[in-house]
Design a protein around this ligand. Structure first.
Ligand code: PLP
Length: 471
C-alpha cells in the first residue's frame, strides 16, 4: 500500500465510530487467560510485591496478569502452564532469525564460557562487530557502543551539539527515540508535547523543537526559528516515519531532511534502532538512498542479547567522541558494560547469520503474506480496517489512534479511546494464543511459517466477526 493510500484509508477510518472491543468479549478473553494461566497468576502476585506494576516491561499485557514465559523457539513461546503462543512481538523487534536460533546460541555460549560476561577491556569481538556494521552501512565509518537505544540516541544529540556548537534538536512528532529527558516530548503521539513528561522539568524541552510528520513547511520554519536562537545541531528522524512507519514517511521526506540539514549546517541523525538490519543490511538509509551523518542502532545488533545500543557515523564527527577533532570539544560518554564481549560477539554472529540466512528477505516475504491475508479478510468482512508493511513489520489499523489530530483538544478523548480499543484487542488476541505488539503491529521473522500465517488469519477472522457482531 503506498503513502497516499495509507493516509486516505486512515482518514476514512478515523471518521468511523470506534470499533471498541465489546465488554463481554473482553471479559471472556480475560477469563480465558485467567483460567489457562494459573501459574502466571501466581508469579504475578509475587512480582507485584517486588516490581512496580508487576512487570519490567511496559509492553506486557497485564489484563488480568502478565504471562510468565518459560521457553521460546522460532516464532513460538510457551508459558509456565505450558500454553503455546505464536509470537509477533519478537522481543519488540530484535529477533529476526527466530528465537533460540541454534548456531547463534552456540557461538554466544562459547564466547561467554571462554571470556566471561564482560571484562571492561577490549576483546577481538569489539573490532569484528564494528567491522560488520561499517561494512554494511555506507554512511558509517566508525562505531561506538552504548547500553541501549535510548543511550545511543542520547549520545547522538550530545555529539551533534558538541560537533556543531549549536543547541536545538528538531524531532518529528510521534517518533519514539527512547526515554531520556529531552526525548519524552511529542513522543509516540504527534503533538502530545510534554504529555508523558512527569518528573522532567519543562526547562529540558527548551532546546527541543517538535514538528508534525511529513510537514515540510513546518520543518523548514523550525530550522529558521532555531537559527535565531542557538541554531539547530541536529534533525533526528526515524527514516521510515514515526513508530517504524505506523505514520509512514512521504517518499521525498528523507531527501528534503538531508537538504535542510546541509543548508542549515545541522547533522542528520537516523534512528535505526528498529530498522537497522531489519529493513536492509544497510539499514533504512540503503532503501531510501540517503546518507545520515549519525546513525543510531539497537535491537537487531545483538538479536536480543544485552546490551543493545550503538552510534555510528562519519569519521570526522565520530572522532569527536575521543577528542580527536581539532577545534571541537569532546563530549563525555561512558558505560560499564558498553560493547562487552557478549554484546559485540552477539553483533558479529547475529549480523553474519542474518546475512547468510537471507533472513531479511525471508521475514519480508512472510510479512507481505500476512498483510495481504489481513487486507483480504478486511475486504471479505466489509470492514474499513487496513494493513500495510514496513519491511517485516506489519501494521494493522483497526482504530488508527495515531492519526487523530490532537491539536484539537476535543479529539484527545477520542484518541485515548481509540488507543484503549487497540490495547483491549491485544488482550483478546493473547487469549487466542497470539502475541501482537499492542494489538496493532506484528514483527515477522524468518521462523514464521505459512501455517503460522494461516493460523493467525483464522484467529483474526474469529475475533473480527465477534468484534463486529457485538459492537
Ligand atoms: C526507534 C526507536 N528508537 C529508540 C528506542 C529505544 O531503544 P531501547 O529500548 O533499547 O532504549 C526504541 C525502542 O523501542 C525505538 O523503537
Amino acid at each position: 500500500m503506498n503513502f497516499d493510500d495509507i493516509y486516505l484509508k486512515a482518514g476514512e477510518l478515523i471518521n468511523q465510530p470506534i470499533y471498541s472491543v465489546p465488554p463481554d468479549l473482553l471479559q471472556n478473553a480475560v477469563e480465558t487467560i485467567r483460567r489457562k494461566t494459573p501459574k502466571s497468576a501466581e508469579q504475578f502476585e509475587r512480582a507485584k510485591q517486588l516490581i512496580p506494576g508487576g512487570s519490567q516491561h511496559m509492553m506486557t499485557c497485564k489484563d488480568p496478569h502478565s504471562i510468565t514465559i518459560k521457553r521460546s523457539l522460532g516464532a513460538e513461546m510457551w508459558d509456565l502452564d505450558g500454553n503455546r503462543y505464536l509470537d509477533y512481538l519478537m522481543t519488540l523487534g530484535p529477533v529476526i532469525l527466530g528465537h533460540g536460533y541454534p548456531q547463534l546460541m552456540e557461538e554466544i555460549s562459547n564466547v561467554i564460557l571462554e571470556e566471561g560476561s564482560a571484562t571492561g577491556l577490549t576483546s577481538e569481538w569489539e573490532i569484528k562487530a564494528c567491522e560488520q556494521i561499517v561494512r554494511h552501512v555506507k554512511s558509517v565509518d566508525k562505531v561506538r557502543y552504548f547500553q541501549s537505544g535510548t543511550e545511543a540516541n542520547l549520545a547522538a544529540v550530545r555529539l551533534a551539539r558538541a560537533y556543531t556548537g549549536k543547541k536545538k534538536i528538531i524531532r518529528i512528532g510521534g517518533a519514539y527515540h527512547g526515554w531520556s529527558d529531552e526525548f519524552v516530548y511529542d513522543m509516540q503521539i504527534p503533538f502530545s508535547g510534554a504529555f508523558q513528561a512527569a518528573g522532567i522539568p519543562e526547562e529540558h524541552f527548551a532546546n527541543v523543537i517538535g514538528v508534525g510528520p511529513n510537514d515540510v513547511p513546518a520543518l523548514e520554519k523550525a530550522f529558521e526559528e532555531a537559527e535565531k536562537n542557538g541554531g539547530a545541531a541536529a534533525l533526528i528522524v526515524e527514516p521510515t516515519g514515526p513508530e517504524t512507519g505506523a505514520l509512514p514517511v512521504h517518499p521525498d521526506f528523507n531527501k528534503t531532511a538531508r537538504e535542510l540539514c546541509d543548508r542549515f549546517e545541522a547533522l542528520l541523525i537516523f534512528d535505526e534502532v528498529v530498522t537497522g538490519f531489519r529493513m536492509a543490511m544497510g539499514g533504512a538509509q540503503e532503501i531510501y538512498g540517503i546518507d545520515a551523518d549519525l546513525t543510531v542502532f539497537g535491537k537487531l545488533i545483538t538479536h536480543g542479547f544485552p546490551s543493545s545500543g550503538a552510534l555510528g557515523g562519519r569519521k570526522e564527527v565520530m572522532d569527536c567522541l575521543a577528542g580527536l577533532v581539532e577545534g571541537k570539544p569532546k563530549p563525555f560518554v561512558a558505560g560499564t558494560v558498553a560493547g562487552s564481549s557478549l554484546t559485540s560477539a552477539a553483533t558479529y554472529w547475529s549480523l553474519k547469520f542474518i546475512e547468510e540466512e537471507n533472513a531479511i528477505e525471508k521475514a519480508n516475504e512472510k510479512a507481505s503474506q500476512l498483510c495481504k491475508g489481513l487486507n483480504g479478510l478486511f475486504d471479505q468482512l466489509s470492514l474499513p480496517f487496513f494493513s500495510h508493511t514496513c519491511a517485516s513489520l506489519v501494521h494493522f489499523e483497526i482504530t488508527a489512534p495515531l492519526y487523530v489530530d490532537i491539536r484539537n483538544p476535543d479529539n484527545i478523548m477520542e484518541a485515548l479511546a481509540r488507543k484503549q480499543a487497540v490495547d483491549d484487542l491485544s488482550t483478546v488476541f493473547l487469549a487466542e494464543g497470539i502475541q501482537t505488539k499492542y494489538g496493532a503491529r506484528a514483527f515477522l521473522s524468518m521462523a514464521h511459517t505459512e501455517e503460522h500465517i494461516e493460523e493467525t488469519l483464522t484467529v483474526f477472522e474469529k475475533v473480527l466477526k465477534q468484534l463486529v457482531q457485538q459492537s
